[in-house]
Design a protein around this ligand. Structure first.
Ligand code: GDP
Ligand code: IMO
Ligand code: MG
Length: 437
């Protein structure tokens, strides 16, 4: 398999975890390139369900090397918990390495995340409260702590001396009551440093060396294109670059080293958080999608808002990521609806709009233009699995029409179709001759 990047094309939770796990079978290295513990990537193998926040979704493949790139913000508390749990549940896993240049989430980032959300009022994003925004803010402001600093107690303690008084001032100015306990932080983080020290490496160097030797790397994106800091629904998105460009800066490779970009597209749209959502369904159909798709946040447990598939969004993602192909997930979830619809463009002030706007006030007033399709039956997970085994021909004919429209409109091959949450409930069309591939 050539080196491939996997990115979300919508607002996250497209099923990137499951798809990364599948592509990982053919990769030598699997690397997360941005985001942090805001991500929740689910991988289900048989009866076993894993929800990864920081650990790359290739870790369930024994023998693989997994890496956390420098573009990720690392919360050592959660990382160590995840690693412990994984060790408890699985004897054989991949091996994990962490970039020395990755930034560390500190207790004050979580405190400030909460305070800023309060103060932002209408402009709050409904963050995961994991300290993501404040940690990236410190990275850009050059007041951050990196993994390389964490494992060097001299540098780490010097940074605590400088930054803790600054952060105390900010927390007080924001009206915060929580205290920063310097002594506790110093001893807790020294413990984390001891546990993680041997895994901290120069990820860029290792990846480039591996690529030189002809190995292949799978770049695992978190969140989705429309949550990204530059191309997402600012200010309601997250603080990292979720597009494929983030895979270069977030791991230390040049763009020519990524051979292919695959976009994960959920067969409908979901959103956890605030902000405009043109194709949203605030009705029984939206509730049906939420129920059937079990659309509750992997990280926060919040219910996800649901709506029709929005191709204005996905076309945008095709452009900014230069997608080579797509994977459509959760097509099974729409089973049982009499009609299914796709948003093909927006109407704004009575006029057609074909491109996703930057202005949130405009986006909030965009109405979806919908194309209607016949629905397909709601069948059991067993039956979907059976269809996966049989291949393209066995798909319900209405679903073929629906997927065929997406394939044609986006002019991108569909590499896989997700028909259930488990690894096995996926139809792989790579290398097959079908109208979708
Ligand atoms: P990610 O953040 O993109 O990795 O996605 P999440 O794991 O947060 O959310 C996707 C949810 O849908 C998880 O609960 C998955 O187990 C589930 N899922 C993934 N693919 C499919 C699919 O094709 N069909 C169904 N029914 N569920 C799926
Ligand atoms: P995965 O990788 C869905 C959303 C939050 C909030 C906004 C900013 O599982 O697809 P943050 O905590 O990052 O500052 O929150 O972004 N958000 C996600 N929504 N899936 C995710 O990750 C998300 N990560 C962040 O709900 O609106
Ligand atoms: Mg998720």
């Amino acid at each position: 398999m050539p080196s491939t990047a996997i990115v979300g094309t919508q607002w996250g939770d497209e099923g990137k975890g499951k798809i990364t796990d599948i592509y990982a079978a053919e990769a030598d290295i699997i690397v997360r390139f941005q985001g942090g513990t805001n991500a929740g990537h689910t991988v289900i193998i048989g009866e076993d369900k894993f929800a990864f926040h920081l650990i790359p979704s290739g870790m369930l493949r024994p023998g693989k090397t997994c890496m956390i790139g420098n573009g990720v913000v690392v919360d050592p508390v959660i990382l160590l918990k995840e690693l412990d749990e994984l060790k408890r549940r699985r004897k054989r896993t991949g091996k994990l390495l962490i970039a020395d240049r990755a930034h560390v989430i500190m207790p004050w980032h979580k405190i400030i995340d909460g305070l800023e959300e309060e103060l932002k009022g209408k402009l709050k994003a409904g963050t995961t409260m994991r300290g993501i925004g404040p940690c990236y803010t410190d990275k850009i402001a050059r007041t951050g702590i990196r993994m390389a600093d964490l494992i060097d107690s001299r540098v780490f303690n010097e940074k605590l001396d400088l930054f803790i008084p600054m952060k105390r001032k900010i927390i007080t100015a924001y009206g915060g009551k929580k205290r920063i306990n310097r002594k506790k932080i110093q001893s807790d983080y020294a413990k984390y440093a001891r546990k993680l020290r041997d895994s901290v490496v120069d990820v860029s160097l290792l990846i480039n060396k591996a690529l030189d030797k002809g190995k292949n790397v799978l770049f695992e994106g978190a969140q989705g294109t429309h949550l990204g800091i530059d191309h997402g629904i600012y200010p309601y998105g997250t603080s990292s670059n979720t597009v494929v460009g983030g895979a270069c800066t977030g791991t230390g490779v040049g763009p020519s080293r990524i051979d292919r970009v695959v976009g994960v597209v959920k067969a409908y749209t979901s959103r956890v958080g605030t902000g405009p959502f043109p194709a949203e369904l605030k009705n029984k159909t939206g509730e049906y999608m939420q129920r059937q798709g079990m659309e509750f946040g992997t990280t926060t447990g919040r219910p996800r808002r649901c709506g029709w598939l929005d191709l204005v969004m996905v076309r945008f993602s095709k452009r900014v990521n230069a997608l080579d192909g797509i994977v459509i997930t959760k097509a099974d979830v729409l089973g049982g609806l009499k009609k299914v619809k796709i948003c093909t463009e927006y109407k704004y002030n009575g006029k057609r709009m074909t491109e996703f706007p930057a202005n949130m006030r405009v986006l909030a007033r965009c109405r979806p233009v919908l194309k209607e399709f016949e629905g397909w039956e709601n069948i059991s997970q067993e039956e979907w699995k059976d269809i996966c085994d049989k291949g393209y021909k066995a798909l319900p004919k209405e679903m073929k029409t629906y997927l065929g429209y997406i394939r044609k409109t986006l002019d991108l091959p569909i590499e896989m179709i997700g028909l259930g949450p488990a690894r096995e409930e996926t139809m792989d069309l790579r290398g097959k001759r079908t109208p979708l591939a």
